[in-house]
Design a protein. Structure first.
Lengths: 289, 323
């Protein structure tokens, strides 16, 4: 493998990893605080991508589209939280998993009804390339990585510097005590869910120019996103960041060595990590409620 | 003797219903229901008895189907031997992966199984494309021998065979439910610490349940392979991973006859609705959410208490008469 291929592979892996991180961080937060497995994050991802497609078709600006996708995904996740999840927070985790899978499938049906089955292209907003160590790298991919790192910093600041964020962190440790302090935990749940949905929408919007937008796109990345969450450990933000970039690199560099490896190697790594440490890299032990 | 009759009564009534369906419905439809209900039974056992939800049942279905398909395509031509080989391969795979999987908590278990389904999909589509022919699939319908008694190539004879197999599967699961082992399974779902305290090993109980359930699923895969004479990686695709879970919940989680009722309702609705609006996922997704919000009991779970109360009342009257 020559150096040029390697560098472009690493950059590709970083950008894929950023997308995975944006989606997985929502799932991880939802699991940590509410103890739900919210498969419907994949739906907000598709919604973000489709809104990006529609807006960029009308206005010609993909960035405006991604912003619109974020907003719409946030609104949809708020509605879903109000009407469905609010009723089932108390149930066990398998229950939420099945229900959210129903929402995901139903939402994919709605998307098919609105936009049709044909895959849609979204134009890349920045066609310029930058030269790194003799390799031409599309600037857009670097921008995606920077955005996801900014999101990580933003979430870190939110969780560590604001009262709401501190309450969320306390809730991840012990939600009953937080409730005992007089904090309305259901408002925390709603805020967390909307953050998760918005980030998934952002991931969809940013991923849209790199792939074709099609109704099944959520189901295609589902396995990878869950792998990221499992490897990192459910409920840990730092673990999610590490494992997202790990999986991104494995997917990208693996495909350079042997094409089918891109799909298989991450699963092998996941099985290996689960065998050594059944809670993932940074997962906590106390997970019963 | 009377106890035996009472034991068999429910199963026989349910299969009588299937025989009646055979008269009114087209044959491929009933065959689909039979195989699908066997397929769902494994998932139902895992979810309802042991408390493990598995989004990866298609992986084990594919293992059974490909086991049969490889035999019928490359080596032999006897469909019965093919089915036995499919079951054996499913058993071996379940025994190999089981010890790793059942150690995990329920939520991780679901996701790891989903991952396994994806691995099997890519294995069959890309890595082993040399012998599975990738997306084109293996066609071996003409390789299947016609046997003298039950010719599995004929749909009508296949119905009789699948019917007998399903009857045996249900008798087996009813036996399991009545045994101490069935009680242990329920106990490990409800309170594993107490079960451990009583001297049973949670790990062994779960491992056995995992092997039983996935061998049943592999059996369904083998039946699919023989029935269609064709296997492609499509059977483990993402879009179908939810099918067994949906049917299990539709029929009623953990009930004995839930899978049959669920399979009838699911295939029936799929047929009717995909003919009408062509947007099948939309409907099945919202149906799933609706059932979960309405109390997750499913069709049979709602019907069963009504039926038992009815039977119990008539039974009590009869007992009262004899006094």
């Amino acid at each position: 493998m020559d150096a040029q291929l390697f560098i472009s592979g690493v950059i590709f892996g970083l950008s894929i990893g950023s997308i995975f991180f944006l989606m997985a961080v929502g799932l991880s937060l939802c699991f940590g605080l509410m103890r739900i497995i919210s498969l419907d994050q994949l739906l907000y991802y598709s919604i973000g991508a489709y809104i990006t497609y529609s807006i960029s078709l009308v206005t010609g600006s993909m960035w405006l589209g991604a912003l619109g996708g974020m907003v719409v995904a946030g609104i949809v996740s708020f509605a879903v939280e109000r009407f469905i999840f609010l009723r089932i927070y108390e149930r066990n985790i398998v229950f939420t998993m099945i229900t959210s899978f129903g929402i995901l499938i139903g939402g994919v049906g709605v998307i098919k009804a609105i936009w049709g089955l044909i895959p849609r292209p979204v134009p890349i907003p920045m066609v310029t390339q930058v030269n790194i160590l003799g390799t031409d790298i599309p600037v857009y991919r670097i921008v995606v990585v920077v955005i996801s790192l900014l999101v990580y910093v933003g979430i870190w600041l939110f969780l560590n510097r604001t009262i709401t964020g501190k309450a969320i962190r306390a809730g991840i440790e012990d939600v009953d005590h937080v409730e005992g302090l007089g904090i309305n935990v259901y408002r925390l749940f709603t805020i967390t869910f909307i953050i998760a949905g918005t980030l998934s929408g952002l991931a969809g919007g940013l991923h849209a120019p790199l792939i074709m937008v099609d109704p099944q796109m959520g189901l295609h990345v589902l396995a990878f996103v869950f792998m990221v969450v499992i490897i990192g450990g459910l409920g840990s933000i730092k673990g999610t960041l590490v494992s997202a970039f790990l999986v991104g690199q494995v997917v990208s560099l693996g495909s350079l060595i042997y094409a089918p490896l891109a799909q298989m190697a991450p699963f092998a790594i996941m099985l290996l990590i689960l065998l050594i440490k059944p809670t993932g890299l940074y997962g906590s032990k106390l997970l019963k409620r | 003797m009377l106890n035996k009759v009472r034991w068999w009564r429910g199963i026989l009534l349910m299969f009588l219903l299937l025989l009646i369906l055979r008269i009114f419905l087209p044959l491929p439809f009933v065959n689909e229901i039979l195989v699908f209900s066997i397929y769902t039974m494994g998932c139902n056992f895992l979810l309802g008895r042991v408390g493990f939800i598995s989004f990866g049942q298609p992986a084990y279905l594919a293992v059974g189907a490909y086991g049969t398909a490889f035999y019928l395509y490359y080596f032999g031509s006897n469909p019965y031997v093919g089915i036995l080989i499919g079951i054996a391969v499913g058993l071996i795979v379940a025994v190999i992966v089981g010890p790793f999987f059942v150690r995990l908590r329920s939520d991780y278990f679901a996701l790891v199984n989903l991952a396994l389904a994806v691995i099997v999909f890519y294995l069959m589509e890309k890595v082993l494309a040399g012998i599975t022919f990738g997306d084109n699939g293996l066609w071996f319908l003409t390789n299947i021998d016609s046997t003298p008694v039950l010719d599995l190539g004929k749909p009508s004879d296949f119905f009789i065979f699948a019917f007998l197999v399903a009857l045996a599967v249900w008798a087996f699961y009813k036996y399991l439910d009545d045994s101490i082992y069935g009680a242990c399974c329920l106990a490990t779902k409800i309170n594993e610490d107490k079960l451990e305290f009583l001297g049973y090993s949670n790990f062994n109980i779960r491992l056995l349940a995992f092997v039983i359930a996935n061998t049943t699923t592999a059996l369904a895969g083998a039946l699919y392979a023989v029935y269609f004479g064709f296997v492609s990686p499509e059977i483990t695709s993402h879009a179908r991973c939810a099918d067994p879970v949906v049917v299990t919940i539709l029929g009623g989680v953990g009930t004995l006859y839930g899978p049959i009722i669920g399979a009838i309702a699911y295939t029936g609705m799929k047929d009717l609705i995909s003919g009408m609006i062509g947007n099948w996922e939309l409907f099945i997704g919202f149906l799933l959410v609706f059932i979960m919000l309405a109390g997750e009991k499913g069709i049979w779970g709602t019907l069963e208490p009504i039926l038992t109360r009815f039977i119990y009342r008539t039974h009590k009257k009869r007992v009262g008469d004899s006094k």
